[in-house]
Design a protein around this ligand. Structure first.
Ligand code: ZN
Length: 210
């Protein structure tokens, strides 16, 4: 993934957050997917028979619990996103954001058609959608040392996903995007910030400022 790929994924993710325009956290990829043109969104146990047969291979990792959501195209204009509603909520949230990433970044086909770079870009998109980089750097500046569990509490992700997001804080975004994200979500992030710390929590790696 080039620095340009990283900037593109982060910028597009933040613009999706701004387009939805909600000042609540966690960021909601379900609503974004529900309102995306040409997207059919199904819980695993409500899949129509036609999709079950067309997406048999793509659905396999979802059926055996390896992933919490998958997406695949049924034709050039339509995309099916199928998810396991029983999955651990932070995992499901990240998976939905990841599948939205494939859609926004225009990664066609199904899981077996995608290159590993595309998977890493969709992960980066998901991370920046759920934990917008401007908020990470602002919270790091306000609190100094952060714990992964604190960010997990603010953003509804797993502590591991929060830990890996540290390197996103320094991704440069357009100034207007950065300011708009701050205006939309910083107060909410501050309100949700857990103040009590447990001795078993994991310190975040240092975050470079953009
Ligand atoms: Zn993927």
């Amino acid at each position: 993934m080039t620095p340009n790929d990283r900037m593109r994924a982060a910028e597009l993710a933040c613009r999706c957050v701004l387009r939805l325009g909600r000042s609540t956290l966690p960021v909601d990829p379900y609503t974004m997917l529900r309102y995306s043109r040409g997207v059919y969104l199904y819980p695993l146990d409500e899949l129509p028979g036609r999709i079950l047969s067309e997406g048999r291979d793509a659905l396999q990792p979802l059926r055996n619990g390896k992933v919490a959501a998958v997406s695949f195209s049924t034709d050039p204009d339509h995309c099916v996103i199928c998810y396991q509603p029983e999955a651990y909520p932070p995992r499901l949230l990240f998976s939905m954001a990841h599948e939205l990433g494939h859609l926004v970044l225009r990664h066609c086909g199904g899981p077996s058609d995608r290159a590993s770079t595309q998977e890493r870009m969709a992960d980066l998109f998901a991370s920046c959608l759920l934990m917008p980089p401007p908020l990470l750097s602002l919270l790091a500046r306000e609190h100094g040392g952060l714990y992964a569990e604190q960010l997990a509490g603010v953003f509804g992700v797993s502590p591991l996903a929060a830990f890996y997001a540290a390197s996103n804080a320094a991704i440069p975004l357009r100034e207007e995007t950065r300011l708009a994200i701050e205006q939309l979500l910083l107060e909410t992030a501050r309100r949700r910030f857990p103040t009590r710390v447990s001795g078993r929590w994991h310190p975040m790696p240092p975050m470079a400022q953009p």
